[in-house]
Design a protein around this ligand. Structure first.
Ligand code: KIV
Length: 267
């Protein structure tokens, strides 16, 4: 049985200048495909609140839901490292509450790490996890759980605000995170942060200067055809293909050509 990537592989990939490939996953079947495609990390992101559950934000997602989806992703994968987002509302509370939640994630889902959104204000909380050997993936910049504070999904770290994002990333590294997601910040800033940090940076809407890239799988496959942010590249027209395939099925059911003999059982 092949073994999974571990936290030790990510600094090595950065040192070897081999870009880290990360994709979100939420279920068994997709996790299997992504794992077979050779991604390094499967992130069970709370973006599932938007692309799976149909909410406008990630805020309604619960810890139980994150654990449920992560269990399926772990079952579907063999090689990729699996990280699970801690949902909105936990890191507003005491480190003990977050620790309790992270322990549940690791124990019940089989994930190897939790992802925590936020910078300086959550650094102590991250430290409470990492000093107890719970690996943490940080996430700074346009952190979707702060959507209301940001007044929408808006690029962060422009102009004078760049220093704050840099300070956040440094605080996350100092708190012991093994890697950090940089989301929705100018490309020059993520280049600077990636050069400054010893841990790898994984970008989404942060330009090419990061040590790796992550995309939401439904965006990458063109299955989510709502708003397409500038940073999304669709590698296939998934929604067109699905409509075509299901339209074809509907036509065959209606004209009686499905199921054929080959799909039917003899006596
Ligand atoms: O929730 C998520 O999927 C994420 C990634 C897009 C980084 O946080």
């Amino acid at each position: 049985m092949p073994s999974r990537l571990t936290v030790l592989d990510f600094p090595r990939l950065k040192a070897e200048k081999r870009p880290i490939v990360c994709v979100t996953a939420y279920d068994y079947t997709m996790a299997r495909l992504l794992d077979e495609a050779g991604v390094d990390m499967l992130l069970v992101g709370d973006s599932l609140g938007m692309v799976v559950q149909g909410h406008d934000t990630t805020l309604p997602v619960t810890l139980d839901q994150m654990i449920y989806h992560t269990q399926a992703v772990v079952r579907g994968s063999e090689k990729a490292f699996v990280a699970c987002d801690l949902p909105f509302g936990l890191c507003h509370r005491s480190s003990d509450v977050v620790l309790e939640a992270a322990i549940r994630v690791i124990k019940e889902s089989g994930a190897q790490a939790v992802k925590v959104e936020g910078g300086v204000p959550v650094a102590q909380t991250i430290q409470a996890l990492t000093t107890r050997h719970i690996p943490v993936l940080g996430h700074v910049g346009l952190t979707p759980q702060s959507v209301h504070a940001f007044g929408g999904f808006k690029v962060q770290g422009r102009g004078a605000a760049a220093d704050r994002v840099l300070a956040d990333a440094v605080a996350i590294e100092e708190a012991g995170a093994f890697a950090v997601v940089l989301e929705g910040i100018p490309a020059r800033l993520s280049e600077k942060i990636s050069a400054r940090l010893t841990i790898p940076t994984i970008g989404i809407g942060a330009g090419p200067g990061c040590d790796g890239q992550v995309l939401v799988v439904y965006d990458l496959l063109g299955l989510y055809d709502g708003v397409k942010p500038r940073f999304v590249k669709r590698y296939m027209d998934g929604s067109v293909l699905v409509r075509q395939a299901v339209g074809h099925f509907a036509e065959e059911v209606r004209n009686g050509s499905f199921p054929g003999e080959e799909h039917s059982f003899s006596e």
